[in-house]
Design a protein around this ligand. Structure first.
Ligand code: CA
Length: 310
């Protein structure tokens, strides 16, 4: 299997990228999108992280800079919110000397789908804009690809509004296009990522490595998790869990087969909800994750990150 990971780096994206690289699978490339920060920052953060991890051989493809119906993207939190001003907890990484590839993220995804079909898995852990564009380019090829998405909330409340999760909320029209496209989707929403909590003890295990890579990674992670830890809670591993589900679908112990759509206006904008138009259809396009073996994953996550940064 070959993998493409689409990111809006982003602190949990940093952890997701490191986890995927540490899993020693064939990564064709990383694609970037706006989201946790502006595209120029999410792209720079992605290149600089690959440089830190000695993975400059992985190509990076720049994607969409704003939602499909807009000309610009305005950050919800001008100070960067939980991801910090620069998107990676205000930690400075050495600037990569590499640049992005010539073709766009959506072109790269669609062309890879044409070339590899069912031998390809694409994981999306930011707004779904690049995925919508790739489906628009070649829906039949994208139907063959294994697609995993971190996004949505079905049985619990959202994290931006009561209704909406951040990745879906950031581009609800793109998300609706993706969900309505009848392309098969595996969805890792807040329902399971909020069950997947890392503790300060787990991070302490990684800190024992105590080198440049582990120290930078922990500085970045600390910025994100400090609020949860200070409340005596663990921190949710949103994006890394989507990577794990793609590598090992059995980590999800309850997949719910359904058809979903996305609310695109009003108070509930960004809500993922059952698609009324498809209620009687036997064919279900969405596998929605409802339960996860979080203990196994957290253990594997800590070991894989330690191995990758040592
Ligand atoms: Ca993300």
């Amino acid at each position: 299997m070959k993998y493409i990971l689409d990111v809006d780096t982003g602190i949990d994206d940093v952890l997701a990228i490191t986890y995927l690289l540490g899993s020693k699978v064939e990564v064709l490339g990383l694609t970037t999108v706006f989201g946790n920060n502006l595209l120029k920052h999410t792209t720079k953060n992605t290149l600089d992280l690959l440089n830190l991890l000695d993975h400059n051989e992985i190509p990076v493809y720049k994607g969409e800079s704003c939602p499909i119906d807009k000309d610009t993207y305005v950050l919800r939190h001008p100070d960067g919110g939980v991801h910090g001003q620069n998107g990676i907890g205000n930690v400075e990484l050495v600037a990569s000397s590499k640049d992005v590839e010539e073709i766009s993220a959506a072109d790269f995804i669609a062309k890879s789908a044409e070339k590899y079909g069912e031998e390809l898995t694409c994981i999306f852990v930011g707004p779904l804009t690049n995925l919508a564009k790739a489906i628009e380019k070649n829906k039949e090829a994208m139907k063959l690809v294994h697609i995993y998405i971190m996004g949505g909330a079905l049985t619990i409340e959202g994290n931006v509004t009561k209704y909406a999760e951040a990745n879906i909320y950031a581009d609800p029209l793109a998300a609706k296009y993706v969900f309505d496209s009848e392309v098969g989707l595996n969805i890792i929403g807040l329902d399971v990522t909020h069950q997947t909590l890392i503790t300060s003890n787990d991070l302490h295990e990684i800190a024992k490595i105590n080198n440049e890579k582990s120290n930078k990674l922990l500085q970045i992670a600390d910025y994100y998790f400090q609020r949860e830890f200070s409340n005596g809670k663990g921190g949710a591993l949103h994006d890394p869990l989507a990577v794990e589900a793609a590598l090992n679908p059995n980590i999800i112990t309850n997949w719910f087969k359904t058809n979903l759509t996305v609310v695109t206006e009003g108070e509930a904008i960004g809500r993922t909800i059952g698609n009324m138009a498809c209620l009687e259809k036997k064919e279900k396009h969405v596998n929605y994750a409802l339960e996860v073996d979080s203990n196994s994953f957290i253990k594997k996550f800590v070991e894989t990150i330690k191995e990758e940064v040592k």
